[in-house]
Design a protein around this ligand. Structure first.
Ligand SMILES: Nc1ncnc2c1ncn2[C@@H]1O[C@H](COP(=O)(O)OP(=O)(O)OP(=O)(O)O)[C@@H](O)[C@H]1O
Length: 601
């Protein structure tokens, strides 16, 4: 029998270092965030020991291709800790025995330091522990080799000095201007004083106050102005508005900036997220519900967890709760705006219709706001549903933009009010209107209904036209269309093409039946019940002078005129042209042209 031996995975350090340092992070720039984070964590850990000291982190960018140095007066490392923490991938001092992240610290994975190998070929850590012991020097190469030395006579105070020697083609990452810019970006809000050599004034780049916290003595208007400016400088746009965010359970505060008009609903908004005042990233997604695509946030949190790359947030219970709470705050703000500044609420609704309509489908208050302020295209012009209902009681709507365009002029002339509910979420909103206010609140208008409201023509004119129309029957049948004679306004409109959705559905069923096998054909036959007529109706306006004249012209010209009116009505309805429609368009146009030219000559 063969013995079963247990083996441990071998690890090629070069591969792991390459993977972590080059593939985990999107850009080498994050090396500075990892360094600042370690320095701040070390200070937090030393403070937790009860030491009395003035925290400080100081950065010295490289000069002429030399080393970059970062010095902190945090907890430092003993020789043993250097071996176990710095030299063991994935080992961290920032989790407890059970693996939970210690409160108040930023790191947790034990890989951040490796990001330095994206810009450095050698890392040197000189450290003196607050717990005592000799000063230690750890020098690590990008190859994965390291050595540890102890120094009898300490050269530094308690804390750590970390030096990076630039890697090939990476010297610019350690240069003064870039280091100052990166330090400001990542560390600007850190509560610990961070100074960078060469930065203006006393070199401090971190400021004590969060930008969204009101300053002492600042008025509400000044505070708002300051935040609008901050948005311009940090996020690069002038917001429509700004609102404060606060989720105490997640230690989250911040500001939400509502984008001006023109934001595409498909865009996933990226937020600027600080974790314990350290910038996690400015492209963090998923902080808000999807419908809130028109808002960008800047927040600081103590409870959300970043992924190892720090470029996204962990999808856990806390994030779900935060997303829900922030969504609610946003929604409450919209409602408040509706109550206090209706005109601005109207402007907001028009600017970000899609997101707000989506929200309104599941939220009563927002639905009322939408009903009251969201502008709809109607036969009364652009008005809100509330205004429209005040005049007509019921909202008669078309679920299709083209259908609205086709019917609006005629409906208006007959004194019928019509609402275009052809854009995204509109018909769902109409359904909701019925659910909340009853069946009379909204109804889809059927083209046949409109047809019924049109007047009967003068019998004499009708008689005259009937013969001409009868003769043109075959022409229209080619287009699956039946002629109807009516009197309607506007008088200038000669003909109207109406497609009844019921009829087209039946026609489709018929077609399917024709193509299906006998069993299905029978079944579909029972469903459709009727023999289908034409799908379209060409409603000729007997009040229109051109239409009237058709009754008096010869057979060929009458046929040509009716087919031309069909094509004209089809173009007006903005429906896509089928090949036979295009053929009819060409035919009628050229025939008319031909006749016009001949009548001249
Ligand atoms: N400036 C420092 N002072 C004291 N200890 C440090 C310092 N920098 C790093 N360390 C120690 O080295 C360990 C490894 O650091 P590293 O940045 O790789 O991971 P981490 O900060 O623990 O976690 P993460 O990968 O999430 O950043 C830390 O847990 C810490 O104990």
């Amino acid at each position: 029998m063969r013995a079963h031996l247990t083996h441990t995975f071998g690890v090629d350090l070069r591969g792991v270092i390459d993977l972590l340092s080059h593939h985990l992070y999107r850009s080498p720039r994050v090396y500075l965030r990892e360094l600042l984070q370690n320095a701040v964590d070390a200070i937090t850990a030393r403070a937790a020991l009860g030491h009395d000291f003035t925290p400080s982190v100081h950065l010295e960018p490289a000069v002429d291709g030399g080393v970059l140095r970062i010095t902190d007066n945090g907890i430092g490392l003993t020789e043993q800790e250097v071996h176990s923490l710095l030299a063991t991938l994935g080992r961290t001092s920032k989790r407890d025995e059970l693996g939970f992240v210690r409160t108040g610290l930023l790191g947790q994975f034990g890989v951040g330091l490796l990001s330095c190998f994206m810009v450095a070929r050698r890392i040197r850590v000189i450290s003196r522990s607050a717990r005592g012991g000799a000063q230690v020097v750890w020098t690590a190469e990008a190859s994965g080799d390291y050595r540890v030395e102890t120094v009898a006579e300490p050269t530094i105070g308690i804390g750590t000095v970390l030096e990076l020697e630039p890697g090939p083609d990476a010297a610019h990452w350690l240069d003064g201007d870039l280091v100052r810019a990166l330090a400001r970006e990542f560390g600007e809000l850190l509560p610990v004083p961070v100074t960078v050599a060469g930065a203006p004034g006393d070199g401090r780049i971190s400021r004590p106050a969060l930008p969204w916290t009101p300053m002492p003595g600042e008025t509400a208007t000044e505070h708002r102005e300051r935040l609008l400016d901050y948005c311009g400088q940090t996020l690069g746009f002038t917001p429509f508005d700004v609102l404060p965010l606060d989720v105490p359970a997640a230690g989250l505060t911040g500001a939400a900036f509502v984008l001006p008009a023109g934001t595409h609903p498909g865009v996933r908004q990226a937020h600027r997220v600080y974790l314990r005042r350290m910038l996690v990233g400015d492209g963090v997604e998923g902080l808000l519900p999807e419908w809130a695509y028109f808002v960008r946030c800047v927040v600081n949190t103590t409870a959300l967890r970043p992924t190892a790359s720090r470029e996204a947030l962990y999808e856990d219970e806390t994030l779900l709760a935060v997303r829900e709470a922030l969504g609610k705050q946003l929604r409450d703000w919209v409602i408040r705006l509706g109550a206090t500044e209706p005109a601005r609420a109207g402007a907001l609704l028009s600017a970000h219709q899609l997101g707000i309509k989506a929200m309104a489908l599941t939220d009563d208050d927002l639905f009322r706001l939408v009903e009251r302020w969201l502008p709809f295209e109607t036969t009364e012009g652009v008005v809100s549903l509330r205004q429209f209902r005040r005049k007509y009681g019921t909202v008669l709507f078309t679920p299709d933009v083209d259908e609205f365009r086709q019917l609006a002029a005629v409906a208006e002339a007959q004194g019928l009010g019509l609402v275009n509910a052809g854009y995204a979420y509109d018909t769902d909103l109409m359904r909701r209107l019925v659910e909340t206010d009853g069946r009379v609140a909204a109804r889809r208008v059927l083209p046949s209904e409109l047809l019924a409201s049109l007047g009967a023509p003068d019998p004499e004119v009708e008689q005259e036209l009937l013969a001409a129309v009868d003769r043109a029957d075959a022409v229209l049948a080619r287009h699956d269309c039946e002629p109807v004679l009516c009197d309607f306004d506007p008088i200038s409109l000669p003909a109207l093409l109406i497609t009844d959705p019921e009829l087209s559905r039946e026609a489709e069923t018929e077609q399917l039946r024709a193509e299906a096998d006998p069993l299905w054909a029978d079944l579909l036959g029972q469903l459709s019940g009727t023999t289908s007529g034409a799908t379209h109706r060409l409603v000729l306006n007997c009040r229109n002078p051109l239409v009237r004249r058709i009754g008096t012209v010869g057979e060929d010209l009458a046929r040509l005129a009716i087919e031309s009116l069909y094509v004209h009505a089809l173009l007006q309805s903005r429906r896509p042209l089928r090949p036979k429609d295009t053929a009819a368009l060409n035919r009628s146009f050229l025939d008319l042209l031909d006749r016009a030219v001949h009548s001249e000559s």
